[in-house]
Design a protein around this ligand. Sequence first.
Ligand code: BDR
Ligand code: CA
Length: 331
Amino acid sequence: MGSTAFGAGNKIIFDTDPGTDDAMALMLALNSPELDIRAITVVPGNVTAKQGLENALRMVSLANRCDIPVAAGAEHPLFQKLITAEFWHGKNGLANVELPPSKCKVDPRFGPDLIIEMVHASPHEITLVPVGPLTNIALAIEKDPSIVPLVKEVIIMGGSITGGNVNASAEANIYNDPEAAQIVFQAGWPLTMVGLDVGDKTLFSKKYLDRLGQTHGPMNDFIYQVAHYLIDLSAQFGSDGTPMYDPLAVGVAIDSTLVKAPAMHVDVETRGEFTRGETVANRHGSVERNVLHGDRYVIEGVDKVEPNAKVCVEVDADRFLEMFVSRLRGK
Ligand code: BDR
Ligand code: CA
């Protein structure tokens, strides 16, 4: 067992496509006593499934946490071709930082099966934290829908109600597997959406990087290099810092008071010509009831729609960024 083996915190399964900000999120989770990472399942997204698995294994090894099962999952999205993002995350997905080969071994179980098994083993205790495309989570639901009422909570990094990052409407994790996302959003479990709306407000800037540079340790130094790469990349696009998308989802799992998240009904657009992958949120909780009368429809009233998600709209960014740096310093 490693130096940061906590075990007393909230049980989470971290589903990830590592990924630079995935790496920052994982390191935050590994260094937070409020969380007990029971498993890491890998999904293709930022990089291929194979590269993602290699990255996850190297990171748990760096953290000296071979006790955490790391399992491979899906190899591609449910119904479309994989889109990888080395353009943003570096050739190896980890900002081109070469971590030492892993001393940890891959768990032989299929990621979605591992999720199913662990949820049944700890009913009402597991929080799922998916920070990549939702393929693995959707496969788990499809294979065993009985897990849905047994999961404590799902905290997703994905989506946006104010425009996308892939294009005008869609956020990358949802765009990369919209059908899977729609399954996950409609499953009927307590779900929090940590989308671009709040991620874009949590910019890790040079000020925070410099503080991380004052201390040293294997994880501290790794995240320093990753963050340095991301800050330089953001500067090329005119931004002062790098958005902490995936780390914020972990931040919300640690402390939900970091965000304001009103309940809404969210659907994932799977067919739109310009909007495939958009998370469409009903903010007022109702839809008009249109009834056919002869050759036209007449509005006869308003029907209530039930919320299926808490959608993060505000974040205490400074408090979160301070927390991130303080957890990683010297680790
Ligand atoms: C999301 O897409 C990925 O590139 C990041 O890791 C994050 O999960 C942001 O849209
Ligand atoms: Ca990710």
